[in-house]
Design a protein around this ligand. Sequence first.
Ligand code: NAD
Length: 455
Amino acid sequence: MQLINPANGQVFREVDEDTTETISEKIHHLKRVQEEWAAVPVKERLGIISTFGKLVKAQRETLAQWLTQETGKPIQQARNEVTGAHNRIAHLQKHAEKWLAEELLEKEGSTQELIRYEPLGVIANISAWNFPYNIGYNVFLYALVAGNAVAYKPSEHALLTGFGFKSLLEEAGLPKGLFEVIVGKGEVGETLLKADIDGCFFTGSYATGKKIATQLAGRMIPLQLELGGKDPLYVMEDVRDIKQAAKNAAEGAFYNNGQSCCAVERIYVHASIYEEFLDQFLEEVRSYTLGDPLDETTFIGPLTRKDQPSFLFGQVKDALEKGATLHCGGKIPNRPGFYFEPAVLSEVNHEMELMREESFGPIIGIQRVEGDKEAAKLMADTNYGLTAAVFSQDKNRALQLLDRLNVGTVYWNCCDRVSPNLPWSGRKQSGVGSTLSYQGIRVFTQPKAYQLREG
Ligand code: NAD
């Protein structure tokens, strides 16, 4: 398999893909090592994860360079990710022991009722490339701490990072064979799902999530799906500072080149501030530097996937044909690599793909609304249900609207953010199940009920 640098389209390395035989060998080994790992006290498991975190921090620059080379993420953002994901480790250190401890629920006379949280076994962790540290840690670190073994299938676009995780986990003292990297594209993922796994935790697109759910139906193993989004932001007319609101909205839409599952994907603005908001938004986006992701000043690098610029160009074309106005960008620049100039469109509506289908790139539609009722209706008009945001000074008014939306996360005066304290979950086509928070560790366990009576 060839690894391609999105900044120049050149192959920089070739690796062997896993086969049915190598996958089955790895799973066999994972099963054996997991049995021993399950007997290791949680405190000791946490010690290894903590050392892993220190090694990652010490190697930050090399790891960030790899991430930039394989995904095109601007180097500053790559460094932020490598360091920022550490909050998952801190979260585990603080809470994992109590969340995995045995719970005595009732003691009456000679009868005791208690729960023990047993690991699931071998977890298939099939992952995406856009934030491999954050979304990887959400699954494999929590799974390991809960006593599982992990077959980690990084995205084919984040393999170097995957190899880095394995080598640093082992350097930190994780038993060899408890964390294996499965190398390959979609077909290799399919093969992994046929192996003797005890649970599947997937992060990626709705299309792939649906295939996986279909493939695993009937297996009776836990399946969790963290999928895409079409996340709306509504800017009310009472925002304290329109310029600041526009700056925050633009960052929510364009950070990591818009390749974030919770990126702002569509914006609704109250008619009374629409023009001013649009002007400020455009000023902000025009200030972004597009360029080589290794350049310290670059904010917009190349897209990770080769086909994505033409997909985005298609969304622009469709919107323009249906009456939208393009204010900036929207073109594929004439340079090597998978670049796309950040695009801002107004006069958009829900007839346009741009306002309905996940874009996952540096492109945004900004729609004028007359009030909260119209905004709420449009925000809910989607097959996805990951996040939704409102900017306003009025918390009650914002929450009245956000409470009614069928999404996993709501934001008031912030957006595009994930906290380890809170469950991260999607609804509808954005997925099933939660990572992070106490739920995000318990999902890697199966509760066993003990009903004990002195004889
Ligand atoms: P993708 O669905 O193309 O691929 C994800 C992973 O699935 C890759 O490792 C891929 O090799 C593997 N795969 C592909 N086909 C498979 C199959 N048939 N069986 C098993 N595995 C298969 O997604 P992507 O391009 O890597 O990531 C982008 C998507 O991920 C976006 O939709 C984004 O919104 C979503 N995402 C969601 C979250 C979240 O937390 N909800 C986080 C990050 C990304």
